[in-house]
Design a protein around this ligand. Sequence first.
Ligand code: ADP
Length: 226
Amino acid sequence: MVEFKDVSVTYSSGVDALNKVNLKINDGDFAFIVGSSGAGKSTLIKLILKEIDATSGVVTVNGFNLSKLRRGKVPKLRRTIGVVFQDFRLIPTMTVYENIAFVLRVIDAPAKYIRSRVPYVISLVGLTDKSKAYPTELSGGEQQRVALARALVNDPKLIIADEPTGNIDPALSYEIVELLKGINECGTTILMVTHEHDIVRHFGGRIINLNKGVISFDEVVGGKAK
Ligand code: ADP
């Protein structure tokens, strides 16, 4: 669960990036976050990951009150969140399998668990036959599916997808969102930042529109997808 109560962020430059934002994303929700450049979308994501702190107000994420969370406990928060970036951020010298297994090795997961969990998430994103490929041998859409598997492998409560379709073919973008929808149906909360209106119109659902640091629209709308 993500909750913002009267959250404002003013950067040291004096820019008010968010202004008294109130927001609640329940467990199991799927929400699109839209808004033009400079609207405050990245600031909102950085708050959830505790990369920055609110200037005022309270942010709660997966049971953690972020204003009270000490630095040493931030990794514990981040283990409950999977992040997918626009630029994939895969490690080029590692295969698909190794890129995903790496996440579990870092947290000292048992080798036996890694050997069963990694192929499972690779199959979820439909890349079983590419397990041994390197990122440069994959299309943009495939690389993003690896990034999605990597975000999923730790079984997070929340996945944040920050412009996940920004660097891939429009036709493949729909596949990525379909995958996110499928993951959501299995219970994971998903927040997807996008500026692609076609995708939002197609899928519908909850749309949160940020405009100059303020939520100007937060409603569930019908999509065209069946
Ligand atoms: P978006 O992700 O919607 O494009 P941002 O959250 O990046 O919006 O930015 C919101 C506002 O805050 C913008 O006016 C931007 O210029 C400003 N901003 C973002 N990051 C910083 C920073 N580190 N220092 C100062 N101003 C910033």
